[in-house]
Ligand binder design. Structure first.
Ligand code: DGY
Length: 478
């Protein structure tokens, strides 16, 4: 894979605002020893794709700690290979997050579930993990022979788990062999209230639900930043159905009313399988594994090709229940860019849309960063979670994909704008794209983590490698 390091030289931004120290501070305060809270209050547990991004950032401070982040998550992998979307923190304050461990406790009685406590959910999130493991390996390579040797052991330990995770996605989540990952809950996409899901959710008839709390709203400045009560009714109804099916994948596949092919998760899986192939090489995995992984990559690319909408110049999710594409312009449309290795024509089409007023070229944007939903969509809402705000973590994925695609100047611009946004507004979970106001959690771990990775990928004008790293290690040792 192409390493992003060393190709940027864009000025003294990193000197401003002590970004490294501030990012390090956030990760330190959210550190639980062997894993990291996604955010101090709003998200007091371990989230799956958050942890992968967090590990990418931690790798620049402490390679061992980065590896531990993922080892902890994968210790709670299900027997099917599934990596749960949340591992619940038994020490989280009561009434801090809903639905919490009690709500998911029944998942533990599934014969496929890992030993509990800690309890886990039975949903998943996008599979960024192999990309994170490869990034840790790259960081170890820069840190010297001792680090490389302990990270090699980590790779040997985590490889079979990553392989099982990807095999689960290629089988249980794709019984059609389409190359695309099926999700059965919007939470499984990581982009909960995106208008991507409106069409499929609209067809779900919500039955009787007991009253439930919205603890999330006490941790944000305004309820307009979070999904609505109607959204939550649907989320909790779907959870109820999934639990009613005993969290059994085959039963869910047969009867569940929300079953969607998610192109963003599918594209991340293609890129993660590329990373898994690299890891397989390091650990000298059997040829049979590599053949399977190569087959998954090819199938994933074909699946994404089939979901390409030439009119929009984007990829679209597909509603399996309705048998139709979900036609709305969101950030997920750039899935082929994330999957990588597109034809010149397809790449040009995607970049044209990315630069257009429908996304990062909109004249009203505070920074030229793509909103999560196109401002040209009627469902666009600049404050509401995945319905419009811009997300640093998505910008990181796009930046990394641009680097891999050889689109260096675009990558430089995106990184610079992202770092300027964070230097100016802080470590928000997401940002209002026109005003730049930080929204959601204001000390979000993955925002801190991608900041560290962006800075490390440019000129090291802050003492990231020495002072901040040893400060971080000392603090963790305390
Ligand atoms: C939340 O609680 O907002 C999460 O996105 C669900 O995983």
């Amino acid at each position: 894979m192409t390493s992003a390091r060393g190709i940027f030289s864009d000025g003294p931004l990193e000197k401003r605002g002590g970004l490294v120290a501030r990012a390090d501070d956030i990760l330190r305060k959210n550190d639980m020893g062997s894993w990291t809270k996604a955010a101090p209050e709003l998200y007091p547990h371990q989230w799956s794709w958050d942890s992968a991004f967090i590990a990418i950032g931690l790798a620049h401070l402490d390679v061992r700690r980065a590896a531990l982040e993922l080892s902890t998550l994968f210790a709670h992998q299900w027997k099917t290979g599934k990596v749960p979307h949340i591992v619940f923190n038994p020490e989280a304050p009561p009434e801090s997050y809903y639905p919490g461990a009690e709500h998911w406790a029944c998942a533990a009685s599934s014969p496929d579930a890992p030993p509990a406590p800690p309890y886990t959910s039975c949903l998943t999130q996008p599979p960024v993990h192999a990309i994170a493991v490869w990034r840790i390996w790259e960081a170890a390579g820069r840190a010297g022979e001792a680090s490389l040797s302990s990270t090699r052991d980590f790779l040997h330990g985590i490889y079979p788990r990553l392989f099982a995770w990807h095999r689960y996605l290629a089988t249980f989540r794709d019984p059609e062999g389409s190359g695309l990952v099926t999700i059965y809950h919007p939470w499984g996409s990581g982009t909960d209230n995106s208008p991507r899901w409106d069409g499929a959710l609209g067809a779900v008839e919500v039955g009787e639900l007991p009253p439930y709390p919205r603890y999330d709203l006490q941790h944000v400045e305004g309820s307009d930043q979070r999904p609505t009560d109607t959204d939550y009714d649907r989320y909790l109804w779907l959870v109820k159905l999934i639990k009613g099916a005993g969290c059994d994948e085959r039963t869910i596949y047969c009867y569940h009313p929300f079953l969607v092919k998610d192109v963003l998760s599918s594209a991340i899986l293609v890129a993660a399988n590329d990373a898994l192939l690299e890891i397989a090489e390091v650990v000298k995995a059997p040829d049979g594994d590599r053949e399977l992984i190569t087959g998954w990559i090819q199938r994933g690319r074909r699946g994404l090709d089939q979901r390409w909408d030439a009119d929009l110049g984007l990829c679209l999710d597909y509603d399996l229940r309705a048998g139709s594409p979900l036609r709305v312009r969101t950030i997920a449309g750039f899935a082929p860019l994330i999957a990588g290795r597109q034809s010149t024509e397809r790449l040009a089409a995607l970049l044209g849309v990315l630069d257009s007023p429908a996304y990062a070229g909109h004249p009203g944007l505070r920074w030229p960063l793509p909103p999560s939903t196109s401002p040209e969509e009627t469902k666009f809402d600049p404050r509401s979670y995945w319905r419009g705000p811009t997300w640093p973590v998505v910008n990181w994925l796009l930046w990394w994909s641009l680097v891999r695609a050889g689109e260096t100047q675009r990558a430089v611009n995106l990184r610079r704008a992202s770092l300027e946004q964070i230097a100016s507004e802080g470590f928000g979970e997401y940002f209002e794209p026109f005003t730049g106001e930080p929204l959601g959690s204001l000390r979000q771990s993955w925002t801190a983590a991608v900041t560290l990775d962006w800075i490390a990928s440019g000129p090291l004008q802050e003492p990231l490698r020495d002072e901040a790293r040893s400060r971080s290690k000392e603090a963790r040792g305390r």
